[in-house]
Each structure stands twice: as structure tokens, then as C-alpha cells.
Design a protein around this ligand. Structure first.
Ligand code: NAI
Length: 248
């Protein structure tokens, strides 16, 4: 079933998973509102899509929800909200913890609650947050990131309970190793090309499917959770990790 004429807002839409989600929802007939702080790449993605408007802004700015409300007009409805914007801040940054929690967690919660009046007006409102496997399993140097994603998974469950009476379903995906610019190292390689990744995850099979995932594979899961066909999944965190979380 195509989700004809739904309006979907995707944050982090200029790159990686957010861009793949935007393209997939647009292909299903949705009208897109796209947010990213990278204005030029955002306008490139919006330009590819049939019906998309770009709002170049920082999700952590206090007026992000206001900008969306203004774009959709008084009485406007929002069918889908996908919170995909996220960062990894180097741990030696003095403000790493505060910045990471602000962008990856607080901004997503604030945008969601700020847009509840618009979501309530939609026939089948859905919110999907992009969490991470790092919410449950740690890597070195990732305290801020892991805490932000753990908080986002918890907020997903709490919002699902809180918004259920409004018919707003709230879920998250927890991607594992996904080949996007976020996985790129300072030397230009992706972390998936490093010896340790090849050895531990691929040769020794710590990653059962033995390859990183693509942004499009995450978008498939997001689009199901966001679809009107999803009528009974709420408060869930769906791992999209090639079996990483299932392996001993
Ligand atoms: P990406 O770096 O390709 O895309 C992230 C986008 O978010 C960028 O376009 C960036 O400009 C935007 N962004 C960052 N901070 C922003 C802000 N304050 N305001 C507006 N836009 C902002 O990375 P990717 O991989 O597509 O990440 C998307 C989401 O997926 C993130 O939440 C990330 O934490 C999550 N994720 C990624 C994984 C991976 O392996 N790539 C694994 C698990 C989760």
C-alpha cells in the first residue's frame, strides 16, 4: 500500500541514513520536509525529490519545531517524523558530552514534543528515531555517544507510552555498522576497511552477515515503522545490524 500524500519530516536528511530515508519515503509518494545543518548537501537531496522542501537548520536550535510549524501552516498535519540527525563528537572535545546529548537526544525529543499538535492531526502518525547498537554495547571512546543513544531508546519507549492515546506510534531503529560518511576515518578510509574490522567482524564472523549495512537497508526498516501498515508496533527498538547483537 502506498502512503499517498503523507507529509514526512526527516532530520539529518543531507547524508547517509537520513538521505536514504528521504529518498525511500519520496518514492512511496510522501511529501518531504528535510532538515539538516549542511545547507548545500541538503538542497542537493531536496532537488532530487519530486516534492521536497529543505529547511537548513540545526536541530538543536530552539526554533526547529517553530520552523516546521511555519512551513506546514496553521492547521497543518505531520504524518511522519524521522529523527536521523546525529553526531559523533571526538572525546577530547571539552563539550563532547553536552553537545552529543544535545544533538542526538535532547533535540530529537524536543522536536517530537514540539510537533505533537501536528502529528495529532494526521490519520496515521508515526515517529521513528535512529538509535544505535551502541545504546546496549560499548566501544572505547564512546561514552557520550552511547549515553545519547541509550537515552534515545529510553525516550522512544516513554514517548510511545505517552503518545499512544493520540494514536501516535513511536519506534526506533538501532543500526549496527552502516557504510555512511559517519564511518569515515581521518585518512579517508571507512572503519570497515581497517585490519581490525576485517579480522574481528568479517574473518572471525563477529558480524554474522560479514559486511557493513547500507543506508538503504536501514531506510527499509524505518519506512515500515513509519508506514500506515504498521498499526501495532510501538515502543520498539528494531536492530538493523546484520546479526551483530545476536552473536556471542
Ligand atoms: P551522516 O554523518 O552521513 O549523516 C548525519 C547527518 O546529520 C549529516 O547530514 C549532518 O549534517 C546531520 N546533522 C548532524 N548534526 C546536526 C544538527 N545539529 N542539526 C542538523 N543536522 C545535523 O551519518 P549517518 O550514519 O547517516 O547517521 C544518521 C544517524 O544514524 C545518526 O543518528 C547516527 O548516530 C545513526 N547511526 C549511524 C550508524 C553508522 O554506522 N553509520 C550506526 C548507528 C547509528
Amino acid at each position: 500500500m502506498l502512503a499517498a500524500n503523507r507529509t514526512a519530516l526527516v532530520t539529518g536528511a543531507a547524508s547517509g541514513i537520513g538521505a536514504a530515508v528521504a529518498r525511500r519515503l519520496a518514492a512511496a509518494g510522501d511529501r518531504l520536509v528535510l532538515i539538516d545543518r549542511d545547507a548545500s548537501r541538503l538542497s542537493e537531496v531536496a532537488g532530487e525529490l519530486a516534492d521536497a522542501v529543505a529547511l537548513p537548520l540545526d536541530v538543536s536550535s530552539a526554533d526547529a519545531a517553530t520552523a516546521v510549524r511555519e512551513e506546514l501552516g496553521a492547521g497543518g498535519a505531520l504524518d511522519v517524523l524521522v529523527n536521523a540527525a546525529g553526531v559523533v563528537v571526538e572525546p577530547d572535545d571539552d563539550h563532547a558530552l553536552a553537545r552529543t546529548l544535545e544533538i542526538n537526544l535532547a533535540a530529537a525529543v524536543r522536536l517530537t514534543t514540539g510537533l505533537v499538535p501536528l502529528l495529532r492531526r494526521a490519520a496515521t502518525p508515526r515517529v521513528v528515531n535512529v538509535g544505535s547498537v551502541q545504546a546496549d554495547r560499548a566501544a572505547t571512546g564512546s561514552v557520550a555517544y552511547a549515553a545519547s543513544k541509550g537515552g534515545l531508546h529510553a525516550a522512544t519507549r516513554a514517548l510511545a507510552v505517552e503518545l499512544a492515546p493520540d494514536g501516535i506510534l513511536v519506534n526506533a531503529v538501532a543500526p549496527g555498522f552502516i557504510d555512511t560518511p559517519m564511518a569515515r576515518l581521518a585518512d579517508g578510509r571507512t572503519e570497515y576497511e581497517t585490519d581490525w574490522f576485517q579480522s574481528v567482524y568479517l574473518e572471525h564472523g563477529r558480524l554474522p552477515l560479514r559486511r557493513p549495512g547500507t543506508p538503504e537497508e536501514v531506510a527499509v526498516a524505518v519506512s515500515f515503522l513509519a508506514s500506515p501498515e504498521n498499526t501495532y508496533v510501538t515502543g520498539a527498538v528494531l536492530a538493523v545490524d546484520g546479526g551483530l547483537g545476536a552473536a556471542l
